[in-house]
Design a protein. Sequence first.
Length: 484
Amino acid sequence: MSETQKVDSQPGRAAPPAGNGVDRYFRISERGSSFGREIRGGVATFFTMAYILVLNPIILGSAKDKFGHTLDTGQLATATALVACVMTIIMGVGGNLPLAIAAGLGLNAVVAFQLAPLMSWSDAMGLVVIEGVVICVLVLTGLREAIMNAIPQQLKQAIGVGIGLFIAFIGLVDSGFVSRIPDIAHTTVPVQLGATGRLTGWPVLVFCIGVLLTIALLARKVKGAILISIVTMTVVAIVVNAVADVKSWGLTTPKVPDSVVAAPDFGLVGHFDLFGGFAEAGVLTAVLLVFTLVLSDFFDAMGTIVGISAEAGLLDERGKVPGIGRVLFIDGAAAVAGGVGSASSNTAYIESAAGVGEGARTGFANVITGGLFGLALFLTPLLTIVPLQAAAPALIAVGFLMMTHVKHIDWDDYEIAVPAFLTIAAMPFTYSITDGIGAGFLAYVVIKAVVGKAREVSWLLWAVSALFLVYFAIDPVEQLLGVK
């Protein structure tokens, strides 16, 4: 936990009196925050996750459905911004957590490359809607919250630490500091420094300077350190791009746009077919696809919600998230909204940790982030000039802050230490929050069983672990069922 959080979450310390109705509603003063912190946090979260406005249209727009149709990237950008705007604000007002929502990375890849080739785009989005409905039903029955409460506190801490390493790795990869070694190299080493084994090019230099600037500002305890770094390095990147010969910045080129305003195109909103996928792909295949989406979304969101809440110092003495029922339902509703808007399944974003790093502790930060996504509907050319190399240092810094929770794990107790280690290690190594949680759960129940303590494990964890076993073995299961 960061120094700021230690101060803000001191037990027994009287919270300053709330200043107005907004303060009281969001409990800003009560949680030791301020409007300034919430605003800075909301802006930082937006700029750290604004890449989704570019990346989601690229992923969905690059795939063809069963009939050879592609989605318009302009319409996808509008749909992505619209759903993120609406659901982020709803999460802020209804869940009162600094937890932004947007199209889920990984989930959009499943939609683009697993669902779409078997059916039409509207059919695929219909399955996304069904996925969200299933998650909402799990929430209303209390099953989703019960599963979260059944997880041991130290395993929850491990989830937060694993997410910290995961997002730091994302920052290193997105910036170009680390890259995948091409398969043609015939090497067992999966990643390397830079693109060729060494750092080359101006964009990586911008990232490196940004990391140094961010950690220097954090060490000096400068307010707004992460946001200052993002804005400063974006300006530096624009200057570098103007004066130097830069071959590529990746998804976003930092240059002053020709036009600031672009009219949104809502053409994809509402284009979904709830049951078309069952007819096109077959009932069994469609059910398995929905199962894959539900499992990935369920545990990605669970890990993110727990990790962000822990980093913000909002978990209670039993390790529970405040208002978790509402939060989980809104997250499920976000999946429904993503399908309705043709933006793919939307879910809680781990990049919200950037806002928490800036001091955000309430849903008011979400109102700011959601408002900026609303502006992005009209100002996409202006608000998407932040290159990943300028935003990625924030992920490195936040990864460090979340890593500090590792001290709460009892490493001398192998019954929790081994599952915690697998949870932490598997997230960055598999590039998946869900896979890390699954590895930890399976290890936990197996170890408890072999040491004769199976009864200490909740039946819910046993059931979820069984589902994860199916999840990890989905390929042979599909072959046995004749799906492949």
